[in-house]
Design a protein around this ligand. Structure first.
Ligand SMILES: *Cc1c(COP(=O)(O)O)cnc(C)c1O
Length: 412
């Protein structure tokens, strides 16, 4: 039986070996933020870092900053900082564009390199933009199709027609984690490649792309990487595949010699060919500050804490919110769960709004999922305890049933 006391939560925080990292963030006093899986918290150094790029670099050095302050190398430099979080080498990861645009680039690149194969295979209920981008590439080509199957049928559906398997490593709703090594091996056995969307993984769970012999990946930098709203995304291409894959967005920054101003496109060698246009320097400065929040933090301890926070949430919900209509939709087994826990409940939407009104920020995913995210760099065990306590009180007091909490919102 879990000890459901607040004192136990405080004891766990005292024993937390990565708890010091919370001081790197500027979180509002008293707020319980359980949505770092959707928008990471603001690091303390972000404002000063971005302001320095604006005032000192842009303001004083103007265009010479591209060389003097090495702005031009930001996509590679930030990619190299993300690489160790996902088991990749520097030179295999680059920061550019959005996750959606990067999906487009990689799906089109694989279909272009595998003319004998015409199927993109994905999971029914994958994150929408993954499916939408695949649909967009397919509409442009005219000779390919998207096939979606339930996750449990995925490996059996990989055949000699499949060019690429497109999967999200940690499912955005349920938090279920795919076995990257097993699926990659199954795809390779049938001659297919795999694109992993690491948006809900990077910075929260262990990922070992090279250890799994992975091919391709994309990921989001405004979630657990704390890069700021709309931060540029990253993409990974295994070194062995770089020479044979070409970006369909053949912009000048992906050219072998952008400042030679040639008429004809020649792809850059290596990962640089997946750049398109000019890097967003201010946004990248924010991302650089976000990535610095991982400096000197033991990664194994960090990922173990993410799992422990999720386990603790489930134990407290079992212990304190039983009989109140909640069904956990995330795996109970922390080894196959990402760093968020989701519950289905008939009143998830008004409950989520009532929690926010009380200073406990989680989120809602249609049709009935309450999602609680645990960014292990700054979420404390007491935050989980107080969130579960608030859920229990809002249900028991009937506070959720206030017309204001039933109203709709544009962003959930
Ligand atoms: C958040 C998220 C994205 C974000 O895509 P953008 O193009 O950056 O808006 C993509 N895929 C998954 C699985 C996500 O969770």
């Amino acid at each position: 039986m879990t000890d459901c006391s607040l004192a136990e939560a405080e004891r766990r925080d005292r024993a937390d070996s990565v708890g010091h990292a919370r001081a790197r963030f500027d979180l509002p006093e008293g707020l319980i933020y359980l949505d770092g899986n959707s928008l990471g918290a603001l690091p303390r150094h972000t404002a000063a870092t971005v302001l320095n790029v604006i005032a000192a670099q842009w303001g004083q050095s103007l265009i010479t900053s591209w060389n003097r302050h090495a702005w031009i190398g930001l996509p590679q430099r930030l990619g190299a900082r993300i690489a160790p979080l996902i088991g990749a080498d520097p030179g295999e990861v680059i920061v550019a564009d959005t996750t959606s645009a990067n999906l487009f680039k990689l799906i089109a690149a694989v279909l272009g390199a595998r003319p004998d194969r015409h199927v993109v295979l994905s999971e029914t209920g994958n994150f929408p933009t993954d499916l939408y981008m695949a649909q967009g590439v397919i509409a442009m080509r005219g000779d390919c199709s998207l096939k979606t199957v339930a996750g449990s049928e995925l490996i059996a559906a990989i055949d000699e027609h499949v060019a690429v398997v497109l999967l999200t490593h940690v499912h955005y709703k349920s938090g279920r984690v795919y076995d990257m090594a097993a699926i990659t091996a199954a795809a390779h056995a049938k001659g297919a490649l795999v694109i992993w969307d690491l948006s809900h993984s990077t910075g929260a769970v262990a990922v070992d792309l090279n250890g799994c012999d992975a091919d391709l990946a994309v990921g989001c930098c405004y979630k657990y990487l704390n890069g700021g709203p709309g931060a540029p995304a990253f993409l990974y291409v295994a070194r062995r595949l770089q020479p044979e894959l070409n970006s369909p967005m053949s912009g000048w920054m992906g050219h072998a010699a952008p400042f030679a101003f040639e008429d004809g496109y020649r792809p850059a060698p290596g990962i640089d060919r997946f750049l398109c246009g000019t890097p967003s320097v201010l946004a990248m400065a924010g991302l650089e500050a976000g990535l610095a929040t991982f400096d000197d933090v033991d990664r194994d301890a960090l990922f173990a804490k993410g799992r422990a926070l999720g386990d603790y949430c489930i134990e407290l919900m079992d212990g304190r919110c039983a009989g109140r209509g909640f069904t956990v939709v995330s795996p109970r087994d922390g080894s196959v769960r990402g760093s968020h826990v989701s519950y289905s409940h008939a009143q998830s939407w008004p409950l989520c709004r009532a929690l926010i009104a009380r200073g406990v920020i989680g989120d809602f995913r249609a049709p009935d999922t309450l999602r609680l995210g645990f960014a292990p760099l700054y979420t404390r065990f007491v935050d989980v305890w107080r969130a579960v306590d608030a859920v229990r009180d809002i249900i028991d007091s009937g506070t959720w049933d206030n017309p204001a909490y039933h109203a709709s919102a544009t962003v959930t």
